[in-house]
Design a protein. Structure first.
Length: 156
């Protein structure tokens, strides 16, 4: 099973392009929530919402991803780089952390309530997953300790 870290490493080495990385992230997401081949997952992903990277050197990391993906908006000690054309909401967020790592990725879940995701949460918990909620976002820990954030498509 390929993990999100595997896809990110391939992307950073230039072995795959952004589109392949995002497709790989979707595959890793499906594995993290327990999708088996030929069966629908507990939630239906509607695209990547964002990917969160932690770095010890914000300027260096931001410069690398700006050169690769385009200009960043730096705000509050974080850099945001759009991952979707034409004003789409998907983005890469880079912030400071104690060690460089992929912190988590967020997936849009069509049909999930942007105000109170209790129906989606109940479905995940019924399937035996441990879910934590922060505001209207749900967080599920994958088997390789990558946190998957689930958000309604309308959440910025």
């Amino acid at each position: 099973m390929e993990t999100l870290e595997h896809w990110l490493a391939r992307y950073e080495r230039g072995q795959i392009d952004r589109r392949a990385f995002l497709a790989g992230a979707a595959v890793a997401f499906e594995a993290a929530v327990g999708t088996a081949a030929g069966r629908p997952g507990l939630v239906t992903p509607g695209g990547v919402h964002h990917v969160e990277l932690k770095t010890v050197d914000l300027a260096r990391t931001t410069a690398f991803y700006e050169a690769l993906l385009g200009p960043a908006r730096v705000d509050d000690g974080r850099a945001l780089i759009p991952l979707e054309p034409d004003g789409g909401r998907g983005y890469l967020r880079i912030s400071r952390g104690p060690i460089p790592r992929m912190d988590h990725f967020a997936v849009k879940v069509p049909g999930m309530s942007a105000r109170d995701p209790k129906t989606t949460r109940a479905k995940l918990e019924k399937a035996g997953l441990k879910v934590r909620q922060v505001d209207a976002a749900l967080y599920v820990m994958g088997p390789d300790d990558f946190e998957v954030e689930l958000v309604a498509p309308s959440v910025k």
